[in-house]
Every structure is written in C-alpha cells, then in structure tokens.
Design a protein around this ligand. Structure first.
Ligand code: ATP
Length: 737
C-alpha cells in the first residue's frame, strides 16, 4: 500500500515531465502494469498532456534498448525539450531564461517538471529520479550523465543476457549469476558504477540512482521471462498473501441463544416496553420473549430513544442486522419496537417501511402489525399488487386543499409495487421514513430487489420542491456532523435487516450502505464438554443455524422410486401435516395429479400457477388440518409461518443451501419439534452432503427405505399412472377443442 501510494503520489502529483522521466526510470516496471496498479483516485481525468503521456504505450524492451541513448542523450532531443526535468541535483544554472513551456509544446511531450525543489521520490527505497527546474548548465551535465548511464545500462544488459545463457548451459553450477544480475551489482563482467572523477555529489547521486537501474534490470529480466500473472506487484507484496479480515461488527457480533425453550424471558423482564403493548402481547398469548426478541427489541428501542428524530448533537442510530434461525420470532422483534416508537406520533406520515420478497410474506407481516397497532390510531397499509394500483393509491395518500397527506404510518410492501408508487403516485413521500426494515434481507440483496432498495433510499433523501412544507424536520444525506447539520431536528433513516440466512459477506452487505451496523446472530461455535471433562469447540465453520427441534434425514433413492417413497411416507408411515417441496411449478402439478390419482391422501398444490385467492384458501385449509399433504414450489419456502407443520419433505433436493435452510425451517418453529426428509438421487448424494457440510450442517441422518417396503404400493401406483395418462389426454383434447 505504501509503495502503491508512493507511485500514486508520483503520478498524481508530478507534472507530465516527471511522469515521462518516471516512465523512463520505471518503464522497466512495465508502465501498463503500473497503471493497472494505481488506485482509482489517480485515474481521475488528467490534463490532456498528462493523458497523452499516460496513453502512450511503453516502448518495448528491444525498442528501449535500441533507442535508449538517443531518447536520453541526443542533443537535438535535448534542444527540443529545453525545459526537460533534470536528473541532476546541482543548483540551477542561470544560463537559459526559465521559460514556462507553451501548452501546445507540452502536449504529449515530456517536459514540465515538479514543484521547484521537489526532491527525489523513492519507491521501496528506490529513487525514481530527482525532479526540479534546472538551468542550461545543469541540463548539459544531466544530458552527459544520462548518456553515460544509458551506455552503462546497455552494456550491463548485454552482459547479463550472456550470463543467463551461460547459466542455462551450466545448470550444474549452483549459485549462478542470477542473484547478482538482479541485484544490480557488477554482474559477471558487468560494469559497476563509473568511478570516474565526478566528485562526491555525482557518486552520491549514482548511489541513489543505483536502485533505478536495479528496477530497470529487474524489469528487463522480467520481460524476458514474463511472470504468470499479468499484474506485477511493487515491493514484496506478491510474496505476502493478503489476509482477508472481517470488519469488527461482523467479527464480534452480539450472540443470540439458539435454544428457544431454555431461554424464554418473561415479557415484563425486557426493559422499555410500554404497558399497553405488554397487555397486547399477553392478549395474544405471548408471556415470554424468545431470545432474539429479548436482544433485538431493547436494541431498537434504545436506538430510537429520541423518538423518530435524530439524537441530540446529531447522534445517528446504528443500523441493525439480525441472523437467527427460522421460526425464532424475528417478526415480533421488529414489530413491537416500531409500534412503540410510533405510538406517540401526531401527524400521519410514512415512518416505517417493511419490504419483503413475496406477497404472502407481506400479507403475513402486515397481519402481525395490524394486531399490535389495533386501537392505537397507527395505520398499516399493505402494498403488494393484490389490489388495483388506483385502489392502493387511495390507501396511501389523500388530496386535501392544503396538499397531499399520508394515510399510512407503516407500509408493508413487495419491491415491485412499491417502486411503482414511488415513481407514479402523486403525494407519496418517504421523506419522513425513520425505519426501513428489510426482511429476508439476503434475498433482497441478491437479485433485482437491490435496485428497489436503492430507489427507496433515494426517495427517502429526496429534497422536497415544496420548500414550505416540513421545514421543521430536515433530512440531509448522512455525512459529517456539523454545527449547521445538528441545529435542526433531523429524521435519521435506520435500516433493520432480518434473515435466517443473512449473508455475512461484508462486500454484499456493503451494497446496503449500512451505518455502523450491529449484528445479532445465532451463528457461533458451541463449547461441549467431553466425557473426560475437557471442553471442545464445535461447529467452527458454521454459517447458518437450524432450529433446535429439527431432525434431518435423507433418503438415497432413484428417480422411479421417488413417488413411491412419498406415498410410503403418507400411507404406510402415516405422516400428517406434510409440506412437500419440488423444484418447479410443473413438477408440483404433476406430483399433485399423481397423488390425487393414487387416492387415500388429502392433497393440494401451491404454486404461482394458482390465482392468489385460491392460494390463500389452500393455505388456510392446510393450516386448519383439512389438507394432509401440500405440494409446493419454493413459493412457501421462505418466511411463511404455517402452524403445525410436522414434516417437510424435499421431494426434489434443493440446489442451494439457503433454499434447504428455509424449506426445512417450515417445521420445528417457535421451539417446537419437526422432521425434514430429503429424497436424494444417488448421483446427487455426494454434492448434497458436501453442500450441507460446507454450511456446517453435519447432523443429518441417512435413512434408506428398503425396496420391500415399497412393493405393496407398486400395483396401485401403476394403476394411478394409467389413470393419470387418461386424465392428461382428456385435458389435452379439451385444450385442442
Ligand atoms: N414470544 C413468543 N412466544 C410464542 N410464540 C411466538 C413468540 N414469538 C414468535 N412466536 C411465534 O413463532 C412463530 C415464528 O415466528 P416468526 O414467523 O416471526 O419467525 P421468523 O424468525 O421470522 O421465521 P422465518 O425465518 O422462517 O421467517 C410464529 O408463529 C409466531 O407467532
């Protein structure tokens, strides 16, 4: 870094003449490689002359060798560049009047020098040249000197080439001249620094410049034997691997207990919750908080201790990230504090916005908000596109004589529809937004939803044209706190991220532009005491945690036995309340038809094939226990809270670990128990197990089902297939008609 910034400083600060000299001195480094290494700060637009200097490709090694002398020592060239920077450290001579170069003359021509008196710049102890304005005398002296150096260099290069050849031929000889070649010392027969009587100053300069030659030589060597990588690292950095490290907030998170039932905290013991909310919680059967709630609720309340305004002296609340297992109660951990903070609001404005990836999830979360805002005057609006756009607009804003006013305090929305309202609904404003809650945050960061989040933040910081409105509460983009910025009451925008599989990749999280985030996580290694009393750390490579009450099994099978296995679980093993996942809508539909044709099981399907109202009805019936087997796509894999699911069956093995975690998390929720079965084709087995192992999930049992157990089902299964074939033909005929 130091070396790079030194180079950056040289190129960034030295005017073009120096860059040219630098180019000459460092051309051995490979100017193109050098430019690739420069920090972006130095890729800012340069004056035309410097751009030209930079754009000009570095001469090839051969070209350089051939023209080295003429490039540096030709009197004509010197005459054409009278203001050329000097490599001399001698005092400026008075001879030629100091003439600033004409802009045209400078363009593309190495010429202008650095600030007067700028000393030599060193890179890894290597002097890159001394740049200063010099007089005629000095230039003459410099020209002669450079000529000498060029000759010395050429000679040395020749000698080294010979030495290399020799070395190759005499492989047997151990310590060849290679080291000496690269060291720049007198190689075999190489010329050392000219001992000519130039006096102390000259010797000193040469000793300073020696490393330049080293670089030149090293680079010539490198050009002859280019390294594997196209990048060359200055200094020793190529030999030292870069150690990745996590930012403090990721490396030292606040740990949340995994075991729900052992760590219940009576609701009255959690500080800061208003009595009316405590009452509501009790009315809804909540007597104790789950661990994640006991940690996160006070943290959000504390960060909003100044209501929905910025704290005194410009204190800005820290963003919060929560990674806790499926079914651990993350929803209440943001609903309760947000309702409490907004309870005392006077004017209705959009102050909290929850974004979720699917309509069903948004519906589910808005239901929870409705429960806890009931009777408070706070208004919750659901924006998912299930109603017409105009209807949603009516729910969001109202036009009055004085202007638009908001009809929503809390909005729960899916990204697509929300962005439509941001851009198309007059009077819809997020300028008073205090909380942005991103549920299933890893999914929202991943795909196109990221764009939506950017739009929300942009809308939140939009400057209102109507300057008369709301001048009291300002919102300025986050930045350094100044006396001016802290004299107005400000509304900060705080981001709250939740997921069971929250990425801990700082780069990805960085996309959300988090402010001093705090991480609450259940992902940590556990100490276990062995039989001999010693303690051992477990799960060191754990990335995600699964609910405590979840048992996991996988069944190795082949393609043909998969339907039979499902029927075996439902009919022979008498599984009830089963949520079964396939990898596509078509697969869900085919399996549903097959099980229906087989008979004996109350079955339904759930996928985007079905209209929303049918999906809602199906979900309700499944929750009520009227449906024993629900065959679904990943539409129900994330966040959906269905009470009483006993089993999850991965009919098709999930392709991604996060899909696996969310699917199996539909059971064993809220501290209950549940079982997850995965049907894994034999060819998938290794990959599947590796996927789990990589995520730190080791406790999955192999549960093979013997062929004999399936035999009684085979005949009925064949009949069901025939029946299904006929049904499909009838449907297709119907379609043709
Ligand atoms: N303190 C509590 N006491 C009893 N039940 C609770 C409590 N908190 C939450 N629950 C219940 O636990 C279930 C799971 O909660 P929730 O849906 O918030 O989990 P989650 O962590 O968001 O899960 P997922 O990651 O799958 O979205 C819900 O049915 C909820 O009603």
């Amino acid at each position: 870094g130091v070396a790079l910034s030194a180079v950056g400083a040289v190129v960034g600060l030295c005017p073009q003449g120096d860059a040219a000299l630098l180019g000459r001195s460092v051309s051995g480094l490979g100017a193109r490689r050098l430019s690739a290494l420069l920090p972006s700060a130095f890729s800012r637009p340069l004056p035309l002359s410097r751009q030209a200097a930079r754009a000009r490709p570095a001469p090839s090694g051969a070209f350089r060798r051939r023209h080295a002398a003429s490039l540096t020592s030709s009197p004509r060239a010197r005459a054409a560049r009278p203001w050329r920077s000097s490599a001399s450290t001698g005092t400026a001579g008075p001879a030629a009047p100091r003439r600033p170069p004409a802009a045209g003359a400078r363009r593309g021509v190495p010429g202008r020098t650095g600030p007067v008196g700028a000393g030599g710049l060193c890179l890894r102890g290597v002097c890159l040249g001394c740049f200063r304005y010099g007089g005629e005398e000095e230039r003459e002296e410099a020209g002669a000197e450079v000529e000498d150096r060029a000759r010395v260099l050429l000679e040395r290069l020749r000698q080294q080439a010979k030495a290399r050849q020799l070395k190759k031929q005499q492989e047997a000889q151990p310590e060849g001249g290679g080291e000496r070649e690269l060291s720049g010392g007198a190689g075999p027969g190489g010329a050392g620094p000219s001992p000519g009587g130039e006096g102390k100053r000259r010797r000193q300069r040469e000793s300073e410049e020696q490393p330049c030659e080293e670089l030149f030589l090293a680079a010539s060597e490198e050009e002859a034997n280019p390294p594997a990588s196209s990048l060359m690292v200055l200094g020793d950095y190529d030999s030292k691997p870069v150690q990745p490290f996590l930012p403090q907030w990721l490396a030292r998170p606040k740990l949340v207990q995994k075991r729900i039932k052992d760590n219940l905290i009576p609701i009255g013991d959690v500080p800061g919750i208003q009595p009316r909310l405590l009452k509501k919680l009790q009315m809804n059967g909540i007597e104790s908080f789950f661990p994640v709630q006991a940690e996160v609720i006070p943290a959000i309340l504390q960060s909003a201790s100044n209501g929905y305004l910025m704290g005194q002296g410009g204190y800005r609340p820290r963003d919060i990230c929560v990674s806790a297992p499926t079914g651990s109660g993350k929803t209440l951990s943001f609903v309760i504090p947000i309702v409490q903070v907004l309870l005392d609001r006077v004017v209705c404005q959009v102050r909290a916005l929850v974004v979720l990836p699917t309509k069903e999830l948004a519906q589910q979360v808005s239901k929870v908000f409705n429960i806890y805002t009931d009777g408070t005057g706070l208004k919750v609006v659901l924006i998912t596109g299930q109603k017409s756009f105009a209807k949603e607009q009516e729910m969001l804003v109202q036009k009055k004589v004085t202007g638009y006013c908001s009809l929503a305090d809390i909005i729960v929305a899916t990204p697509g529809r929300l962005t439509d309202h941001i851009s198309q609904t007059p009077g819809f404003s997020l300028m008073q937004l205090r909380f942005l809650i991103v549920d299933e945050a890893d999914r929202m960061i991943d795909d196109m939803h990221q764009n939506c989040l950017n739009q929300i933040v942009k809308a939140a910081f939009q400057v209102e044209n109507d300057s008369g409105s709301n001048m009291l509460f300002q919102r300025t983009k986050p930045g350094p706190i100044t006396a001016a910025s802290s004299c107005y009451p400000q509304i900060p925008l705080q981001k709250l991220l939740f997921s069971a599989t929250l990425t801990q990749d700082p780069e990805k999280l960085q996309q959300l532009d988090l402010f001093q985030p705090r991480l609450f996580t259940s992902v940590y290694s556990e100490k276990k005491t062995l039989g001999d009393g010693t303690e051992t750390e477990q799960d060191t490579n754990k990335k995600y945690t699964l609910p405590e009450g979840l048992s996991q099994c996988y069944v190795p099978c082949d393609l043909n036995s998969k339907p039979l296995l499902l029927l075996h679980f439902m009919l022979t093993m008498k599984f009830s309340r089963v949520l079964c996942f396939t990898n596509s809508r078509e697969a869900s539909h085919r399996l549903f038809l097959l099980v229906q044709a087989f008979g004996g099981v109350t079955v339904a399907e759930f996928s985007s094939r079905l209209p929303p109202n049918e999906r809602r009805r199906t979900m309700k019936e499944f929750e009520q226990g009227k449906i024993q087997l629900l065959i679904s796509t990943d539409a129900t894999a994330r966040g959906i809270d269905i009470k009483g699911v006993n089993y999850v069956i991965n009919y098709d093995a999930p392709q991604f670990i996060r899909t696996y975690i969310h699917r199996v998390g539909r059971t064993a929720r809220a501290g209950e128990v549940g079982v997850a079965f995965s049907l894994v084709l034999r060819i998938q087995e290794r990959r599947f197990l590796r996927m789990l192992k990589d995520a730190g999930i080791q406790d999955i049992k192999k549960n093979p089902v013997k062929g004999n157990s399936l035999k009684p089902l085979v005949q009925r299964y064949e009949e069901a297939l025939c029946k299904l074939e006929k049904t499909v033909k009838v449907i297709e005929r119907g379609k043709k008609i």
